[in-house]
Write a protein that binds this ligand. Structure first.
Ligand code: GDG
Length: 472
């Protein structure tokens, strides 16, 4: 089997038991790399005075990592700028928050070129390269331009927005065309792939045959490949003292009240304000539920350097304060809003102690929290997942209570229903979802993607590259 080189913006091999806010990608990719004995290349998260391209090699929890530091200007323009203030909102359909600035685009191109230059000496002719996410859209093209003909894959962890939104990016054609330098592009759902196809057919004159896109002499496979959980990690974590103690603490502190839980990075795509308003609506229309339930929202801060993230933090402080001020009594706090991260084991215990899991993003590529909530439940007495139709996970989880996160009434109704759902129905719904979590886990996901990457498609005739070998 060829060696795998994974490239993503940040390199954060996930370690069991750590108390940090790891993204879904970190958790999933560590498992995939451990299995394939590969290297994970990316930004260390550290700043340096002047970019040197010096690589730090480490082994973190069984994963070999190679990282580089970036300059302040890189971080500002590429990461805080084009990635977090242009592409992230755009890809989550938030044109209102999308900032278009030439500096951002310039920094994005520069850092992608720095990634390509620095990773190049690590690449052997037989390596398969797997690039991750919207931070690194032009990287594959950068490697092709440097003469690499390795198998090259890209996975998009976010949604792909409609073409009508995509065209608001100044150099959208060039950016999207660069993605077609890859041999395989993976999406979580059919919807994101269909949206991508619509763009490349309309704006790049690409030709589609089955799963393949033909463009500029290259053939790219467009694969639907939903990410899953590291189920082994889950099974072993559930019995740990940290998980059991978190579960017990929550149950004890609930004094018989039912727990409604949400766990999300503090991000506007996650629909947190709407969720708080729906909970307020529930307490208004169902006064009988007051003092009988509470909502625990865990929301570790993320991207705090970006103004829209500071705004959501302020909004949630005010919403939770407002709900608690209005409804709390001397021995009941309706919202427990926690602005920090927990160790993964503790999270699993928290999920397990909660009767309702609220996953209500306005737009989400997949959403791993939905899967984690299902995996953590006691199959003999499972809780109920209330899930947004706009999360990629809703495609696999039609047994969840599917809601429209823009409707407080819809969400409040679903929470009411979840709280009284009979055991038999809970078990039935849970078992259907658990089957898909177990079957389509992170190993299945990476194996499916890597199998597609390993299988060469016949390339169309294209202009000969200056360099014939796969290594310059
Ligand atoms: C992107 C896409 C896609 C959260 N709080 C804590 C904590 N978390 C962990 C969760 C989960 C992860 O963070 C969040 O994953 P999601 O999938 O929900 O969302 P994104 O971070 O936006 O990830 C998303 C994903 O990539 C994978 O492709 O599903 O659609 O947006 O694992 O548990 N972890 C710890 N403490 C916390 O307090 N340890």
């Amino acid at each position: 089997m060829s060696r795998l080189i994974a490239i993503s913006n940040r390199v954060q091999a996930a370690q069991a038991g750590e108390n940090s806010n790891r993204g879904g990608l970190a958790v999933a990719l560590s498992a995939a790399l451990r299995a394939s004995n590969g290297i994970w290349f990316g930004w260390s998260g550290e700043q340096t005075d002047e970019f040197s391209g010096q690589i730090s090699f480490r082994r973190q929890d069984g994963v070999a990592t190679a990282t580089i530091d970036l300059e302040a200007q890189d971080i500002e323009e590429y990461y805080n700028g084009f990635a977090n203030r242009t592409l992230w909102p755009l890809f989550h359909y938030r044109l209102d928050l999308t900032e278009i600035a030439r500096d951002f685009a310039g920094g994005y191109a520069r850092v992608n070129a720095r990634f390509a230059d620095t990773v190049a000496p690590l690449i052997e002719p037989d390596d398969m390269i797997w690039v991750h996410d919207y931070h690194l859209i032009p990287l594959g093209k950068g490697l092709r331009d440097r003469g690499f003909e390795n198998r090259l894959g890209f996975f998009l962890h976010t949604p792909w927005p409609p073409a009508s939104l995509m065209v608001s990016l100044p150099n959208h054609r060039e950016l999207v065309a660069s993605l077609l330098s890859h041999d395989v592009i993976g999406f979580h759902t059919d919807e994101w792939r269909a949206s991508f196809i619509d763009y490349i057919v309309t704006h790049l004159d690409a030709r589609i045959e089955g799963e393949f896109a033909h463009h500029d002499g290259r053939v790219t496979r467009l694969l639907v490949c939903p990410i899953g959980l590291d189920t082994t990690e889950f099974t072993s974590a559930l019995g740990t003292p940290a998980a059991l103690s978190a579960e017990e603490r929550l149950i004890t502190s609930a004094v018989g009240r039912q727990v409604i839980v949400g766990v999300d990075r503090l991000d506007y795509s996650k629909g947190l304000q709407e969720r708080f308003l729906a909970y307020e609506q529930l307490l208004n229309v169902r006064p009988d539920l007051r003092e009988k339930v509470f909502m625990l929202q865990i929301a570790p801060p993320s991207r705090g350097d970006v103004a829209s993230y500071q705004q959501i933090r302020a909004d949630l402080n005010s919403l939770s304060g407002g709900i608690n001020g209005e409804f709390a009594s001397i021995d009941w706090v309706p919202v427990r809003y926690v602005n920090k991260g927990y160790a993964r084991e503790e999270l699993f215990g928290i999920y397990r102690a909660s009767r309702v899991g609220l996953v209500t993003p306005l737009r989400d590529g997949m959403n791993l929290v939905a899967k984690e909530y299902v995996a953590a439940q006691n199959p003999e007495d499972p809780g109920v997942l209330v899930l947004s139709r706009f999360a990629g996970a809703s495609v696999q989880f039609d047994a969840a209570l599917i809601i429209n996160p823009h409707s407080s009434e819809d969400m409040a109704d679903a929470i009411s229903r979840a709280l009284v759902m009979p055991l038999e129905e809970r078990k039935e719904r849970h078992s259907a979802m658990l089957k898909s979590v177990v079957k389509e886990d992170v190993r299945w996901w990476s194996a499916k993607f890597i199998a597609a990457l390993a299988e060469p498609e016949p390339q169309e005739d294209r202009p000969k590259l200056a360099l014939a070998s796969s290594k310059p």
